[in-house]
Design a protein around this ligand. Structure first.
Ligand code: 13P
Length: 253
């Protein structure tokens, strides 16, 4: 059985003081039972990570944390970049890779994204590989083919064991920040196809890989999404920076 994972991608929101306040609120809104049933992870901006680490480790909070991006390079003259080793040193368990906002605004292509997946794994950090189609592809009915191809490109050069260490997030671009959620059946259609593809390429490890849905997930719709057979969690944007909403969302079971 796959443990549900709810990850909050804060995007470019909350400075380190606001980050501390949010994590504190989450810590007292969610009890130990809830945090053992569901894995809850926060993904703040880089500048917040040290503060979040200090709070979580200092108080033994049952919350995971990670980053929203990393460099493909181990170190060197890459101004503005942050390496996987630096994130690992801060105890990051997860890193988002290939978010549609980075693909769109920072011209990240599949090859770069695959390099970031490998960089995360090389540093013992679980990549959350984001895939998903735009509105044009959805309207032409190409969502499964597009998303499967994007996933395989992101997993380029990995063996089955490494694939078992990746989390995949299906985030249809038209559902991100729009309030327009995919129906649970729409999400299951694509996520089921992703798992079937993983099974045919990599074998039984496909049954352990966690596949998340992302795109306008809220406390009010998470349970229906999570009820689908192949959906193991959610990657949450807007609703993750409101402590009460996110805590309610994490209490879905
Ligand atoms: P929203 O939940 O704000 O739609 O964002 C989803 C997302 O992009 C998470 O990575």
């Amino acid at each position: 059985t796959r443990r549900p994972l709810i990850a909050g991608n804060w995007k470019m929101n909350l400075n380190h003081l606001e980050a501390i306040a949010l994590v504190q609120k989450l810590a007292f809104s969610l009890d130990e039972k809830q945090l053992s049933d569901v894995e809850v992870v926060v993904l703040p901006p880089y500048v917040d990570i040290r503060s979040v680490q200090t709070l979580i480790t200092g108080d033994n909070l049952l919350l995971g944390y990670g980053a929203q991006d990393l460099s493909t390079h181990p170190s060197g003259a890459y101004t503005g970049e942050v390496s996987g080793a630096m994130l690992a040193k801060l105890g990051c368990g997860y890193v988002v890779v290939g978010h549609s906002e980075r693909r769109q605004y920072h011209a990240e292509d599949d090859e770069l994204v695959a390099g970031k997946v490998r960089a995360a794994l090389a540093n013992g950090i679980t990549p959350i590989l984001c895939v998903g189609e735009g509105l044009d592809v959805r309207e032409a009915g190409g969502q499964v083919a597009h998303t499967v191809a994007q996933m395989l490109a992101g997993l380029d050069r990995l063996d089955a064991k490494q694939v078992g260490e990746v989390v995949i997030a299906y985030e249809p671009v038209w559902a991100i920040g729009t309030g327009r959620t995919a129906t649970p059946a729409d999400a299951q259609e694509v996520i089921g196809a992703l798992r079937a593809e993983l099974a045919s390429r990599f074998g039984e490890v496909a049954q352990t890989v966690r596949l998340l849905y992302g795109g306008s997930v809220k406390a009010s719709n998470v349970a229906a999404i999570m009820a689908e057979a192949d959906i193991d969690g959610a990657l949450v944007g807007g609703a993750s920076i409101d402590a009460e909403e996110f805590a309610r969302l994490c209490r879905f079971p």
